[in-house]
Design a protein around this ligand. Structure first.
Ligand code: ADP
Ligand code: MG
Length: 697
């Protein structure tokens, strides 16, 4: 790639393309609609559609698609070509404003959690003009939201956009009180995406990876990640070629791919783009995951986005860096240079503390998924208990406020918000504690619980909404105060005193923390089966309804979809495991035992005076046979647990049964199988080993 600035965004209908393909009036109208979110009149929409089509055709596109994000967590698209008959046996390339703005999606096959009764089988897609259209494999993709005709959100984008509006509304109320000049407050997001790359041929030999995205069986290799020699290590040639092509593809799409490096586990890597507006960052991340998979295949690699593809080494997350900016370029989580700016900064921080404490359960809910459960709580991933780490300096300052004391040279007096300068909060002293789920990192928060394969939409919807709620409560209080400074002083002190239980900077993996967290009254939902139903708790429904983000009906649908997905995923895993054991592993073990038995028999049958010893064979045969029986029995038990669980009518109970009955049964099968793998001849074992999967790329 020669000229990055020139190629960058060449496959996105960005401002540069708009300026070229739209008249100045249309361009101005489109920009207005993008900023204000106001609907566009049909003449303008027609002109935009036409310009977009001209641009797309000039860049090789033949089709267009409304690109949307249903609750599967993947993106969906249905392609339509631009052609229409010219009436004389030829074709014209057409694309109308109507087709741009709204599409029909026969969504009956998408999960809707019962929202779309049969009489309402069709949904529609609606253009999100704030996210640029782009070309992917000759298709003009138009980012859209997906709703039912009754107006219910059937996707992940609709609630996200609603939450951004709610956050803006409440933040503006608060900023007015601080005299901050701006017209909009925008959540910003930067997503660090972790992933594994393995050789495609080896991948292709593993049913578990193919069907479930993770290994269900596999003995640990003699070497894991204990030497820490992979993190930031030099990048192998084949991987470097992948990364180069990936960057180029992403840059073409206008995605700001910035940082790449090896991660802690062998075969694990990370890519981080430069942050941008929340909904766009989420869209870009969805595209990034898709491009990663495609580019990997061109290098005869497979990209694994599962949260825990391999036991015993790190899983993959997606750190969600979340900030708040204004349209005038202010970062609201940056400590300012004046006392008033510092007061604003502390108010913002307090709003987040209150939000995370009051809605821990919703944050846990927002990262729920069976894959992520295997990852949380170990190997550099945060635990399932949600807590916050703010860094020593900030925590000290806040504690002083809570206690009504001064800081530094103000030691004797009460630290006055908005009047005293705060000591500097150097960025680099902030947290590097990898076990914290939610850390303040200088000028943004990093929510680390999100899983690598998940859409970043849900967690940002929750973050935006819960912080909007804090802003609402703060603004209500401060707007009615007779003295702003005094009221703010009280508000900050009070907030910290009330919510300091959520702040924790110790070791999140320790058993003491689990105990301590319980004492503090923090919620602890180790599994998604426990976490998901809490979205329907009264306070959570009230919150989401109050801010117009999700109605009770919509939340109930999401809960249903998530629980169903949880059950289906584990059900598939259990079935795949059983099939691998019954059809591949047990036959291999029997073959191996047969060979040993024949050897013993052959040795015994040799006549003459010399008796050949066969202690090794006998002991091995004995051990392998015992383990094989155990494996068989455990597999039977697993099948029975799966069948009994699948019969449970109530979805929430079924999910709990998958967690409490099926997962432990799977763990036992795995234990027997993994022990056998270390005894049975490599030539007979039916699957590539962990060692060959993660070391030989
Ligand atoms: P690290 O977590 O390794 O310290 P960085 O500090 O470089 O990494 O940032 C990680 C991610 O956070 C990047 O995607 C970066 O663009 C993003 N980021 C930086 N500032 C903000 C912000 N104000 N809002 C949202 N994301 C941000
Ligand atoms: Mg990070």
């Amino acid at each position: 790639m020669k000229n990055i600035p020139e190629v960058f965004g060449s496959m996105a209908f960005n401002e540069k393309a708009m300026a070229k393909y739209l008249s100045p009036e249309v361009f101005a109208e489109l920009k207005r609609a993008i900023v204000s979110g106001a609907p566009m009149n049909i003449n303008i929409a027609n002109a935009v559609a036409n310009g977009m089509k001209e641009w797309a055709v000039a860049h090789g596109a033949t089709h267009y698609a409304h690109w949307f994000q249903p609750h599967t967590g993947y993106t969906s698209e249905k392609h339509d070509s631009f052609i229409c008959s010219d009436g004389n046996g030829g074709v014209l390339m057409e694309f109308s404003g109507k087709e741009l703005i709204k599409g029909e999606a026969d969504g009956s096959s998408f999960p809707s959690g019962g929202l779309r009764a049969t009489f309402e089988a069709r949904g529609y897609t609606a253009w999100d003009p704030t996210s640029y259209a782009f070309i992917k494999d000759g298709v003009l993709c138009i980012p859209t939201a997906f709703c039912s005709y009754g107006g219910h959100a059937l996707d992940k984008k609709t609630p996200l956009l609603r939450s951004m509006d709610a956050l803006n509304t409440q933040a503006m109320r608060l900023l007015r009180l601080f005299g901050t000049e701006c017209e909009r407050v925008i959540p910003t997001v930067g997503l660090e995406q972790e992933y594994f790359l393995i050789d495609h041929e080896r991948y292709d030999k593993r049913k578990d990876l193919i069907y479930t995205g993770r290994t269900l069986l596999g003995a640990r290799p003699p070497k894991g990640q204990e030497l820490d020699d992979h993190y930031y290590g030099s990048i192998k040639i084949r991987i470097a070629a992948f990364m180069k092509e990936l960057n180029e593809e992403l840059w073409k799409l206008g995605i700001l791919a910035k940082t790449e490096h090896n991660e802690a586990a062998p075969a694990q890597h990370e890519l981080a783009p430069i942050f941008c507006k929340c909904n766009i960052a989420v869209d870009h991340n969805q595209i990034t995951m898709e491009v990663m998979k495609k580019v990997a295949r061109r290098h005869n690699l497979t990209c694994l986005l599962h949260e825990k593809p391999f036991d015993g080494v790190n899983g993959s997350g997606k750190h969600n860096n979340w900030g708040l900016g204004t349209d005038t370029g202010i970062n609201l989580f940056s400590p300012g240079s004046t006392p008033l700016e510092n007061a604003r900064f502390l108010t913002m921080i307090c709003a987040v503390i209150k939000a995370v404490d009051e809605y821990q359960d919703l944050l846990r809910f927002s990262v729920a998924g069976p894959g992520n459960d295997y990852r949380l709580g170990g190997y550099e991933a945060p635990p399932a208990i949600i807590s916050m780490c703010l860094g020593e300096d900030l925590e000290k300052i806040l504690a002083r406020f809570a206690a009504g004391k001064g800081y530094g040279k103000h030691k004797q007096e009460t630290l006055k918000i908005g009047a005293d300068a705060l000591p500097g909060i150097p960025k680099d002293t902030t947290d590097r504690n990898r076990t914290s789920p939610f850390a303040f990192t200088g000028n943004k928060f990093e929510f680390r619980s999100l899983g690598s394969s998940m859409s970043a939409s849900d967690c940002n919807t929750i973050l935006n909404t819960t912080v909007a709620e804090s802003f609402r409560v703060f603004a209500d209080y401060l707007e009615n105060a007779s003295d702003f400074q005094t009221a703010l002083q009280d508000l900050i002190g009070q907030t910290i005193r009330r919510h300091s239980r959520i702040i924790f900077s110790g070791n999140g993996y320790s058993a003491e923390w689990v105990e301590e967290a319980a004492k503090r009254g923090l919620s602890n939902y180790p599994s998604s089966a426990e976490a998901i139903p809490h979205a329907l708790d009264k306070k959570n429904v009230e919150l989401l309804e109050r801010h117009g983000v999700l109605s009770r009906t919509e939340i109930a649908a999401v809960v249903e979809i998530l629980l169903e997905n949880y059950c289906k995923q584990i059900n598939i895993e259990a079935n795949v495991m059983s099939e691998m054991v019954r059809r591949d592993i047990i036959p291999a073990v029997i073959e191996f035992s047969g060979k040993i038995a024949s050897t013993i028999a052959a040795k015994n049958s040799i006549g003459g005076y010399h008796k050949f010893c066969h202690r090794t064979e006998t002991e091995l045969l004995d051990n392998v046979s015992t383990l094989c029986d155990q494996l068989y029995e455990r597999c039977e038990k697993l099948d029975r647990a799966t069948a009994a669980t699948a019969d449970i009518e109530d979805m929430a109970q079924r999910a709990l049964s998958f967690r409490n009955k099926v997962l432990p049964a799977m763990a036992l099968v795995r234990e027997s199988s993994d022990r056998l793998e270390t005894m049975v001849s490599k030539n007979i074992w039916p699957y590539p080993s962990y060692g060959s999967l993660i070391y030989r790329v």
